[in-house]
Design a protein around this ligand. Structure first.
Ligand SMILES: C[S@@+](CC[C@H](N)C(=O)[O-])C[C@H]1O[C@@H](n2cnc3c(N)ncnc32)[C@H](O)[C@@H]1O
Length: 215
């Protein structure tokens, strides 16, 4: 897939894209810190470089960090606003990333083609169906890693999100993702752990980390 190419966008995804675009536009500047996620940095620092897919890349800090460390990176996000910001950030950083604006659950990436599939705080809707999630997981190549990090939400947090119109139960969580892994994946790590280097004032201070390797 080449830079500026659009991933596939089924109709439900059009509404999601508009919602995420609106969230990103609420901020004059950027929505996220511009720094790569600490948990990904800690994990990837020990890996050999290869091909990485960043699912729900947001404003691109992780993808840019991976690319600058020598990874060949494809990064996808459903929000055009986020991908535009990511692209600008990459230009400033002199990083080469293959940016895709589209729905990660309906974009036909080649199966078994990535050494690392990274999902950092993904917001993939369950409504897309299990087959779509399985297809995304199938992009991990044999010997490669799925590395997914989620916010650890308590009841208060869930209620707060619901009051803002977002029910976490509608999204594919760490346990849902783990349950969709085929027999050819081994879960190497599934842990709740303090978030590394959370942005100041962030309510999310603990992570659920899932690392699975494909045999
Ligand atoms: C909580 S943000 C995390 C962004 C980034 N990974 C980070 O850690 O800063 C979730 C991101 O997923 C994107 N997203 C939501 N649904 C998506 C989908 N179906 N396909 C691709 N990206 C999606 C959103 O636009 C948003 O940028």
């Amino acid at each position: 897939m080449h830079e500026h190419e659009r991933g596939e966008q089924p109709s439900g995804a059009t509404a999601q894209a508009a919602e995420w675009d609106a969230r990103y536009r609420e901020r004059d500047g950027t929505m996220w810190s511009g720094r790569p996620n600490g948990r990904l940095v800690a994990e990837a620092a020990g890996l050999s470089q290869g091909r990485a897919l960043d699912v729900g890349c947001g404003e691109g800090a992780d993808a840019i960090w991976l690319a600058r460390r020598g990874w060949t990176v494809v990064a996808i996000d459903i929000s055009d606003v986020a991908v535009s910001r990511a692209r600008e950030g990459a230009q400033l950083a002199g990083a080469s990333v293959d940016w895709v604006c589209g729905d990660a659950l309906h974009t036909p990436f080649p199966p078994r083609s990535f050494d690392l599939v990274s999902m950092q705080y993904p917001a993939l809707p369950k409504a897309a169906g299990e087959a779509a999630v399985r297809r995304l997981l199938d992009t991990v190549r044999p010997g490669g890693l799925l590395f997914a990090v989620y916010h650890d939400l308590d009841d208060e947090h869930r209620d707060h999100m619901k009051s803002r119109g977002v029910d976490p139960a509608d999204y594919v969580g760490a346990d849902d993702l783990g349950g969709l892994l085929g027999d050819d994946f081994t879960v190497e790590l599934r842990v709740v752990t303090p978030r590394i280097d959370p942005p100041p004032g962030a309510p999310h201070i603990a992570d659920v980390v899932l690392r699975a390797r494909r045999l």
